[in-house]
Design a protein around this ligand. Structure first.
Ligand SMILES: NC(=O)c1ccc[n+]([C@@H]2O[C@H](COP(=O)([O-])OP(=O)(O)OC[C@H]3O[C@@H](n4cnc5c(N)ncnc54)[C@H](OP(=O)(O)O)[C@@H]3O)[C@@H](O)[C@H]2O)c1
Length: 429
């Protein structure tokens, strides 16, 4: 074993960073044996230097992250600050000064992964980011390496624990969205400002990363269609149950049937209770991958939290350190297919539409005509009437999303349709 240690700088020492530092210290001997050289924590950049950080030598703490990454003697920089800046500049500066980078930063990878990959390649260094998607769950490496000889056609995942917790509570207790969010906040599953989670931004960043890797093309956050779960109601949940389904916030990345484009989207969807993703409870994550030769694969586990995320960071750290010793690098960006990302209107999906209608003869025929005029075929219709008003629940066959949303627009204009109570896509069949 080499005795000269590999030097690692930690940028950020919060929920994830503090666990990375702890495991690096407590598992130092095992890590050294697995890598073939000891690993030394050479510096820790933070925002608040006076904060007590258990197990970390205060002499290592600095607020000058830029000076740390410019030291020139670092082998690896672990970026667990988060956000776009200063993280992006720090990562590119680290490459310029000879370090490889391990990052957990989904926002940065989804926003500007191409710049990071280019900097890594230019300087002959590694960029690893297993922790950026689905926390502890090995997913990036299986897609980048284990499935490198296969053709992935679809990635369907629950990649946000907060929203899965909320929907799980709504499903199991009949709670409304606000009540379930309050419970998630009280239990520490939702942040004080839950916008990034409940509006789907976090899942959309992960969808962009997954789609890019799965289909060997560039997909950015802006390419991902996004709807959050704030509009999901207890009535939607009950309706899903009646259909033998539950509601999940899904990240869905698909290769088009003709193979010429891809799509990436995040939205709530009904999935059958028989689908493996339906049984993913609480704040767990799971990703279902469909590949041509491998068939269906499912990856399941904790998608967040300090220690689980640090596990993924440490796995990357070991891999990157091994590459350093071998004077090699792991896989870089693979975007050779250059497949374009199609807009949501071209996605082929199914809708579950709940309408409040007048309870009189001919309404059903009128509604059915609107569907037919838009080329959308109906799978099932359920009607309930009471006191001159009725509700109609229509489930469609697969059709382009643009045709489905055109149908809903036209339905809203019918005199006999009092309102569109809910619209939800149906997936996973
Ligand atoms: N938390 C999770 O479960 C989880 C899961 C997967 C991925 N991630 C990703 O991991 C990354 C870190 O998340 P986290 O939850 O650990 O965040 P966090 O608890 O907020 O920690 C952020 C750390 O960065 C430091 N920091 C902030 N701005 C800085 C600056 N300008 N210079 C130097 N240090 C700075 C903070 O310093 P102070 O300590 O002084 O405030 C803190 O130590 C993010 O990209 C996140 O998306 C997190």
């Amino acid at each position: 074993m080499r005795t000269r240690p590999l030097k690692v700088a930690l940028l950020g020492c919060g929920v994830v960073g503090s666990e990375v530092a702890r495991i690096m210290t407590t598992h130092a001997d095992d890590l050294a044996a697995r890598i073939g050289a000891p690993v030394e924590l050479a510096g820790v950049a933070v925002r608040r230097p006076s904060k007590v950080r258990e197990g970390i030598d205060p002499a290592l703490i600095t607020t000058d992250a830029t000076a740390l990454v410019k030291r020139g003697d670092l082998d690896v920089v672990v970026e667990v600050i988060g956000g776009i800046e200063p993280a992006r500049t720090l990562v590119t500066t680290a490459f310029e000064h000879g370090a490889s980078v391990v990052s957990a930063n989904k926002a940065l990878l989804a926003e500007d992964g191409a710049t990071l990959y280019a900097a890594a390649e230019q300087h002959g260094r590694d960029l690893y980011f297993e922790a950026a998607v689905a926390g502890a769950i090995p997913l990036i490496r299986p897609l980048r390496e284990s499935l490198a000889g296969d053709k992935v056609n679809r990635v369907l995942g629950i990649v946000n624990g907060t929203t899965n917790f909320i929907l799980d509570r709504m499903d199991s207790s009949g709670a409304g969205y606000s009540e379930a969010l309050d419970e998630a906040t009280a239990l520490g599953y939702a942040e004080a400002d839950p916008t990034a989670d409940v509006e789907g931004f976090d899942a959309a960043a992960k969808a962009a990363i997954l789609a890019g890797i799965a289909f060997h093309t560039r997909v950015r956050l802006d390419d991902v269609y996004r709807e959050g779960l704030t509009e999901v109601t207890a009535a939607d949940m009950a309706s899903a149950r009646r259909m033998g389904c539950t509601v999940k916030l899904l990240a869905i990345c698909e290769r088009a049937a003709d193979g010429r484009s891809v799509t990436a989207r995040v939205h709530p969807a009904m999935i059958p209770l028989s689908h493996p993703l339906a049984s993913v409870r609480e704040a767990y994550n799971a990703v279902f991958v469909e590949a041509e030769a491998a068939g269906q694969l499912m990856f399941y586990g904790p998608g967040a939290g300090g220690a689980p995320t640090a596990s993924a960071v440490l796995g990357d750290l070991v891999a990157v350190c091994r590459n350093r010793l071998a004077e090699s690098t792991g896989p870089g960006e693979s975007a050779y297919t250059q497949l374009p990302v199609s807009p949501m209107g071209e996605v082929v999906t199914r809708y579950h539409i709940s309408l409040d209608v007048a309870d009189k003869p001919g309404v059903l025929a009128q509604v059915a005509t609107v569907f037919a005029e838009h080329g959308v075929s109906i799978d099932t219709v359920r009607q309930q009437g009471k006191d001159g008003e009725a509700s109609l629940v229509v489930v469609t066959h697969r059709a382009p999303d643009a045709a489905l949303s055109g149908t809903v627009e036209a339905l809203r204009k019918l005199d006999t349709v009092r309102g569109v109570a809910s619209i939800m896509r149906v997936e996973g069949e």
